[in-house]
Write a protein that binds this ligand. Structure first.
Ligand SMILES: [Zn+2]
Length: 258
């Protein structure tokens, strides 16, 4: 599949397996690749397509978080180009699948990649899909690469390593980095806008508030899914309940029925 240029020198490659996005951002010094796909073969195919862009070599790689479908191509990019630095949060680097070289340029809250004529801002907005998600801003093009903090083609993926009670506040911070015109590239699925992110944030806030309410009313964890209305299909929420209940302070779980 070809790259689609969604803004000035911001190219998105939407890959059928896992419907995951690899993004290439071009500048004077070359290209930054954001997320490296799930296999070496997929990374090699992306590298061939990057060559067709005629926008220079890959000079840096970013992992939005540690999941395999975003990092397992790291070694392929390092081998094909001149060992480009791989950027991620410290948390994501520490948790990266042993099958991939983890990020070697890490940060805790924010970092900048300088491409000469444009700067990319890397921001860790808080815990959400994982403990170590980052988003990438391309300020001159008003683009935001959201990683799996936002998903378009499926409900947001709330897994065993997710933080559903923190995720809404984290997306509030992400929304603060956007304008009404921002092009938002999710980790999976098609390009969206701020309005879409606001809606997903509202839905995630409803999940967190419902979990807080159920726990406060003494509803057992095992009954939670069938005891409320949810904005997402229940099969997408199994880990949300466990993670949410576990995260609430014990005192709140013992409040008497109102
Ligand atoms: Zn993920």
């Amino acid at each position: 599949m070809p790259f689609t240029e969604v803004a000035d020198r911001v190219w998105v490659r939407r890959v059928p397996s896992y419907d995951v996005n690899l993004v290439a951002v071009g500048g004077e010094r070359g290209i930054v690749v954001v997320d490296t796909l799930a296999t070496a073969a997929e990374a090699r195919a992306a590298i061939a397509a990057i060559g067709d862009l005629r926008a220079g070599p890959v000079v840096a790689v970013v992992n939005t978080h540690d999941h395999f479908d975003h990092v397992l191509g790291n070694a392929t990019f390092k081998a094909r180009y001149d060992d480009p630095p791989v950027h991620a949060t410290e948390e994501a680097a520490a948790r990266t699948d042993p099958a991939a070289p983890p990020a070697d340029h890490t940060f805790s809250s924010a970092a900048v990649i300088d491409l000469g004529d444009r700067q990319l801002e890397l921001v860790h907005p808080g815990r959400g899909h994982t403990a170590g998600d980052l988003v990438v801003r391309v300020p001159d093009a008003d683009v935001l690469l959201a990683g799996d903090l936002v998903e378009e083609s499926a409900p947001p993926s709330i897994g065993v390593d997710s933080w559903p009670m923190d995720w809404p506040q984290t997306l509030d911070l992400v929304l603060g980095l956007t304008t009404p015109a921002t092009v938002v590239v999710p980790g999976h699925g098609g390009v969206v806008d701020r309005r879409f992110v606001e809606q997903q944030c509202d839905d995630l806030r409803a999940v967190a508030e419902t979990i807080r309410d159920l726990a406060a009313r003494g509803v057992p964890e095992a009954d939670a899914l069938t005891s409320a209305e949810w904005p997402f299909p229940v099969e997408a929420l199994h880990h949300a309940i466990g993670r949410g209940y576990a995260q609430l302070p014990p005192a709140r779980r013992q409040l008497p029925l109102a």
